[in-house]
Design a protein around this ligand. Structure first.
Ligand SMILES: [Zn+2]
Length: 165
């Protein structure tokens, strides 16, 4: 879907792809921003909206590629591109086999920590999972910062970031 605008000077109808506010259009824009910052995202990446999702979003691996699931709230937020770039950065690290996103290494580290610190209760396991996730976020956000540094005009404001958390 393309958004149409009437040019105030000429009265002509202008097709502006950057005005495509569908989730698909905003995903195309986010993918373009990644590419322009040097992160070529090959492979199959699908984006779906889950209206009932209680948090902003996540990514999972599928048989053919990756699936990004965003909440209804995130899909309507001006921060959607930022979220999609964050999720694609996880995918990029996974595809490149970065140690922070290597399932074998993560499992080994998690099991080792669990043994050393006698993690046996469910809540302890959840905390350990969150610790690993925060670590992965640091590596993902390295790419996010590079993408937004290259696309300064797309940089979210601090107010937007605060609203989104
Ligand atoms: Zn993340």
């Amino acid at each position: 879907m393309q958004a149409l605008e009437i040019c105030p000077l000429s009265g002509a109808t202008v097709v502006d792809h950057e005005m495509d506010n569908t989730v698909a259009g905003r995903f195309r824009k986010a993918r373009r921003m990644m590419r322009e910052a040097g992160f070529e995202m090959g492979g199959d990446i699908q984006v779906v909206v889950d209206e009932g999702l209680p948090f902003i979003g996540y990514t999972s691996e599928t048989r053919d590629g990756h699936l990004i699931v965003v909440s209804g709230f995130a899909a309507r937020s001006p921060m959607l591109e930022g979220l999609l770039i964050h999720e694609m950065s996880h995918i990029y690290r996974t595809m490149r086999g970065h140690p922070s996103h290597d399932r074998g290494i993560i499992t080994e580290v998690a099991n080792s920590l669990a043994r050393q610190h006698e993690v046996s209760k469910e809540y302890q396991g959840r905390i350990l999972h969150q610790v690993i996730n925060h670590l992965q976020d640091l590596y993902a956000d390295d790419s996010v910062i590079r993408v937004f540094t290259r696309n300064q005009r797309e940089l979210p404001s601090m107010d937007q970031l605060a609203d989104f958390s």
